[in-house]
Ligand binder design. Structure first.
Ligand code: ADP
Ligand code: MG
Length: 471
């Protein structure tokens, strides 16, 4: 990607050089090199923020008197836009938005939460839809009108779909592109549309957010550009489809950043003055993505030495393990059978299991009341206790898969597992203590990074930091 000076200058206020990452848009293979280009741009000096706010206040007053959106207000909007960057981690399970305002990065709450489920419910008759927690609630009752994990489908070709169809939880129409069938085929949506609705939700929350100062909010601030993260293994088609989702969501300019690069940037590892070998281990809801990168000494170049992971290993597998453990205490065979045979009951059990799993990251033992089978709000008829030891014992094969994936990546890059690597643990499932211990035991000399940045938010923070946000 190259910027001509006029484009780069547009939206920059101060007379200074910017070191900007050129973000890879092509499929990554072990050994590929990407250059972080230094672009020196001479821009006209502009007034300080205080002067701008005061100036704009006067302009607003005049506009109020004159009664229309006069030219200087438009200019002010443009100049304020330039100091704010939006980064979105469009996750398979959960999405996160972060904003960099004049060098400070903040995660944007959406309806009070930093994590928004990447789930969309579509109405059968109209264009009505719900995104996030409201759509998740509909999964229990309107399973055939709710789309989740659409990132697994974005940009896939018909041939990819044919190969993976057994592991995809959707009915698909592949006659003209890839469409997800809803309401028993009465409605069809593309994965890009689903992604764009999630992006729109986060965009709207960011535009209303307290993080933007009063002045921006009251000017009806709109984001026009977005940096969105994609898995390092995404193909050109998947990257193009993600860009389309961004444009559908109303962004004029969409930049992509690879998730592990964003995670490393969130920890400031890509911008140090010493050369670094960084392994990013991202265990999310449905996938494990690993990338080994080398950031050169001048902090201008990084190499992707190797990538790997497990496309079908993530938090959902651990939910199933806990759900099975929850049923172990139920003596009544008919109750366990009811949970296992009724999709809605199984779904409810998985929701409880996920909560128990998260608790087990903090405590040794959790007791819960199982969702009631027959009567809503009746007293607890079946309770169950799961311990961390039981969970870890049942998770052993999954942990071994994760360990093997890390060792394979190191082997591919010819890097010794005893070397002093920087290892960044991200993704919500990296909070599982057994995962952290497993990585520590196979990489005894590594420096593990997981405490300073919230593992759910690291990719979004890195995306917001990646472009012109000098923190
Ligand atoms: P994705 O990138 O796939 O959208 P995330 O990185 O946001 O996913 O991770 C979501 C997964 O992390 C979910 O399966 C969730 O249950 C799991 N998770 C979140 N917090 C914890 C925790 N404290 N302990 C264990 N798993 C967790
Ligand atoms: Mg993720």
């Amino acid at each position: 990607m190259s910027l001509v000076p006029e484009q780069a200058c547009q939206g920059r206020d101060l007379k200074k050089s910017h070191t900007l990452p050129t973000l890879p848009h092509t499929k990554l293979c072990g050994g590929d090199t990407y250059t972080i280009t230094k672009i020196s741009i001479e821009c006209e000096p502009v007034p300080s923020m205080a002067a701008k706010v005061f100036g704009a206040f006067i302009v607003c007053l005049i506009a109020l008197v004159v009664g229309k959106d006069i030219g200087p207000i438009k200019e002010m909007r443009t100049s304020l836009t330039s100091e704010v960057q939006l980064g979105i981690d469009l996750g398979t399970t959960l999405s996160v938005a972060a904003v960099c305002v004049q060098g400070n990065v903040s995660v944007i709450p959406v309806e009070g939460y930093s994590l928004t489920p990447s789930v969309v419910w579509f109405d059968n008759e109209t264009d009505a839809h719900e995104v996030g927690a409201a759509a998740v609630l509909k999964r229990g009752t309107h399973a055939d009108s709710v789309v989740y994990a659409s990132k697994r489908l974005i940009g896939l070709t018909k041939a990819d779909i044919d190969k993976a169809s057994e592991s995809l939880p959707f009915v698909l129409n592949t006659s003209n592109g890839i469409l997800i069938e809803l309401h028993s085929g009465k409605k069809q949506v593309s994965p890009e549309e689903v992604g764009s609705l999630v992006l729109q939700k986060l965009k709207a929350a960011a535009e209303q957010s307290e993080v933007l100062d009063w002045f921006r909010r009251s000017m009806g601030f709109k984001f026009h550009s977005l940096t969105v993260s994609v898995p390092v293994t995404f193909t050109d088609d998947q990257r193009d489809a993600t860009m389309r989702a961004g444009r559908l969501a109303g962004f004029d300019q969409v930049r992509l950043i690879d998730e592990p690069v964003a995670a490393a940037l969130a920890y400031g590892l890509g911008r140090t003055k010493e050369a670094k070998e960084v392994l990013v281990f991202d265990l999310g809801g449905g996938t494990l993505d690993i990338a080994l990168m080398y950031f050169s000494k001048d902090a201008e170049t990084f190499f992707v030495d190797a990538t790997g992971g497990e496309p079908l290993l993530g938090g959902e597998d651990f939910d199933v393990i806990v759900a099975d453990l929850l049923l172990k205490d139920v003596n009544d065979e008919s109750v366990s059978t009811a949970f296992r045979s009724c999709p809605i009951m199984w779904q409810k059990l998985l929701v409880s299991a996920e909560k128990v799993k998260k608790e087990l990251s903090l405590t040794d033992s959790v007791e819960v009341c199982l969702p009631n089978i027959n009567v809503q709000d009746s007293p607890c008829s079946h309770s169950s206790t799961v311990t961390r030891n039981q969970f870890e014992a049942k998770s052993r094969s999954k942990l071994e898969l994760a360990e093997k994936a890390v060792l394979d990546v190191l082997e591919e890059a010819n890097v010794d597992k005893l070397s002093p690597l920087d290892v960044v643990l991200v993704g919500g499932s990296s909070r599982i203590p057994a995962i952290r211990s497993a990585i520590r035991s196979i990489l005894p000399n590594a420096r593990l990074h997981y405490e300073d940045v919230d593992p759910d938010q690291a990719v979004a923070i890195g995306a917001a930091r990646s472009w012109g946000c000098n923190v």
